[in-house]
Write a protein that binds this ligand. Structure first.
Ligand code: SAM
Length: 222
């Protein structure tokens, strides 16, 4: 039930590396931008699938001081991603863990960033998963969620459908995605309104989705 609407790992990896590449670049650029203001530490990618995002970031020279943990509920996804990590000699900087986004396998305040893309819509308890991503952040840490909007511009939804068709993927299950207002309501339900901003750009490929940006306040020195 949790892993509904997903293809086998090898097929998903092909789709992720080919069709989703433009969105990968946007997501990674956003993470790099946010990371610039933080002291390098560990970034966990929740619902990492075949670890495309951790590998892309760890291969970037500007992220050379960061370590990464990919978490996914599906061990076959992680296994599909391991060769990619080995081939690039990134075993020291990227760890992969089987784990549930709704009960993250990390201590409170143990990560500098928690990020997640295209995973929120799979989760039965989305509010819990947001609280988990926030819980694990150290003071000053940043949580970032990108997911597709059900109310994205029709032209962009049509373009995405054509891109999926070119990769032999059926149209996306739009009914399981959130609208921008639903994403805002979810953040309120999670009790994270005061520390979060929910946005979606007006144009460009990013307009296909929304962003939830959570910032844990830095500790006030006594
Ligand atoms: C659509 S894929 C997105 C993968 C990757 N983040 C990306 O953007 O390409 C969703 C991923 O979430 C994982 N997933 C689903 N439910 C999960 C859960 N409860 N906890 C952790 N991962 C989960 C799936 O196994 C899958 O790898």
């Amino acid at each position: 039930m949790l892993l509904k609407n997903l293809r086998p790992a090898s097929d998903y990896d092909r789709f992720a590396t080919e069709t989703l590449a433009p969105w990968d670049l946007l997501f990674m650029a956003r993470i790099r931008q946010l990371a610039r203001d933080l002291r390098p530490g560990t970034i966990a990618d929740i619902g990492t699938a075949t670890a495309v995002v951790p590998v892309g970031l760890a291969s970037d020279r500007s992220m050379g001081a960061w370590c990464f943990i990919g978490v996914d509920l599906d061990p076959t996804m992680l296994e599909e991603g391991r060769p990619r990590i080995r081939e690039r000699g990134l075993e020291e900087r990227i760890a992969l863990h089987v784990g549930d986004a709704q009960a993250l396998p990390f201590a409170d305040e143990s990560l500098t960033m928690s990020v997640s893309r295209a995973t929120l819509h799979h989760l039965p308890d989305k509010a819990v998963s947001l609280r988990e991503m926030y819980r694990v952040l150290e003071p000053g840490g940043v949580g970032l969620v990108h997911d597709m909007r059900r109310d994205a511009p029709q032209a962009l939804l049509d373009k995405f459908t054509r891109m999926r068709a070119a990769a032999n993927y059926p149209p996306t299950h739009l009914e399981e995605k959130l609208t921008l207002d639903e994403a805002r309501a979810l953040v309120a339900e999670a009790g994270l309104e005061a520390v979060s901003v929910v946005t979606s750009p007006n144009g460009g490929l990013s307009a296909l989705g929304f962003e939830i940006l959570m910032r844990k306040p830095a500790q006030v020195l006594q």
